[in-house]
Design a protein around this ligand. Structure first.
Ligand SMILES: [Zn+2]
Length: 393
């Protein structure tokens, strides 16, 4: 076990103060059974934001099984998210078996009580399809990654909005009626625009931690006059899939779609909100780069392949090229991938439509949180200097 740094300004999901889903979310999909399991001395529940309504089985007085299942039928990306709260009187441990449907154990359990947070080890069986956790008595939340949801994003936006360089805007509403919120650093009329996206995929929390620190650094640079807010604006949408995050989805929005396959089609309200915002830009404003934050097994950047123009190659060389091992604790790879036509990823759509470098910033699931923060800060600083001087191809 090792301690992890609390992200998002140390925001804690406080036990007992469990956020309820807002009434606008009428709910579909996995059903509304939020009951959980309880015995004389112990209980398991899924009654907070970020917890999927999972099936729970009593195996013994202090032993439970939780079925970890996706929000729609497979095939689905193997991002088996889980989150539950437990309470146990007495002094004996509680045993919880995570039984995975259509996936294997991926996320190391993050255990959080009122005062502590730690990463647990699970013992795996059935080729990773069952993970057994031994939990100390008391009360705590266990989740696949740190719980970073609407409340934490709201706190982040409020914190950054204290800067005179920052304005906030609501771009639209999700399927479930939740706001799609954006934060702008710089002036609305600044001709060069960088777009930052986050949390298209709900469980990809390590990418969210990177984005938090990336944004904090950009705001600090703007405050310090390190870039010209009349010339450069950064538009960030940190929580593009608020319904999926609130409901503990593995991948999809409330419409059952992978948002990162919807760019170009814009059949989903979340992606459409961003596209419509781009359509309304003042004529002189041109996107110059797009970065989309995600998580995977290791740190890497997906960038354009040989489809990249000379200007785009220059940007890559200035921002990332040769730096793969320079940030302590945060080695990363650069993976060149040309667009497969019609895949509908933000990376490919921004590159094809706006002729700009458009990268996926992938952070390893279990990369050290401090290293994620330091790397994001360093990369935000170097981004500003590496940007193309105009949005023209
Ligand atoms: Zn992703």
């Amino acid at each position: 076990m090792h301690r992890v740094r609390l992200s998002f300004g140390g925001a804690l999901l406080l036990l007992g103060a469990c956020a309820q889903l807002p009434p606008v979310d009428t709910g579909t999909g996995t059903g509304a059974a939020l009951s959980g399991c309880s015995t004389e001395t112990a209980s398991i529940s899924f009654d907070f934001e970020g917890a999927p309504p999972s099936r729970c089985t009593i195996e013994g007085e202090r032993e439970f099984s939780v079925l970890v299942s996706p929000e729609h039928a497979p095939p689905i990306n193997p991002s088996p998210w889980y989150a539950f709260r437990y309470q146990a009187n007495g002094s004996a441990n509680v045993v919880v078996h995570l039984r995975y449907l259509a996936a294997k154990h991926r996320y190391r359990p993050k255990w959080q009580s009122k005062t502590h947070m730690k990463v647990l080890d699970a013992s795996l069986r059935d080729d990773g399809r069952t993970a057994t956790l031994v939990l100390p008595p008391g009360e705590a939340v266990v989740s696949g990654q740190e719980l970073i949801g609407a409340k934490e994003y709201s706190a982040l936006m409020m914190r950054l909005d204290r800067s005179a360089a920052v304005t906030r805007e609501t771009l639209g509403r999700s399927h479930g009626g939740r706001p799609i919120e954006a934060l702008r650093i710089g002036k609305q009329t600044a001709p060069r625009l960088v777009i930052l996206l986050g949390r298209q995929h709900p469980p990809e929390v390590s990418g969210a931690i990177a984005m938090e620190h990336f944004l904090e650094t950009l705001v600090a640079l703007a405050d310090a006059g390190k870039f010209d807010a009349q010339d450069l604006q950064i538009m960030a949408v940190p929580l593009l899939n608020p319904d999926g995050v609130a409901r503990g989805h593995w991948r999809a929005n409330l419409g059952g779609e992978d948002l990162n396959r919807d760019w170009g089609t814009f059949a989903q309200p979340e992606t459409r909100a961003v596209a419509q915002w781009l359509d309304r830009l003042p004529a002189q404003v041109r996107p110059v780069a797009m970065v989309d934050f995600h998580s995977t097994a290791r740190n890497l950047f997906y960038v354009q392949g040989d489809e990249a123009s000379a200007d785009q190659e220059r940007f890559l060389a200035r921002w990332l090229g040769g730096n793969e091992h320079l940030i302590a604790g945060y080695p990363f790879a650069i993976e060149r991938r040309n667009a497969n036509p019609g895949t509908g990823t933000a990376k490919n759509w921004f590159h094809a439509t706006h002729g700009i470098p458009a990268y996926t910033y992938e952070v390893g699931d279990e990369t050290d949180r401090q290293a994620i923060a330091q790397a994001a800060s360093a990369l935000a600083t170097s981004l500003v200097d590496a940007l193309p001087l105009s949005g023209l191809r």
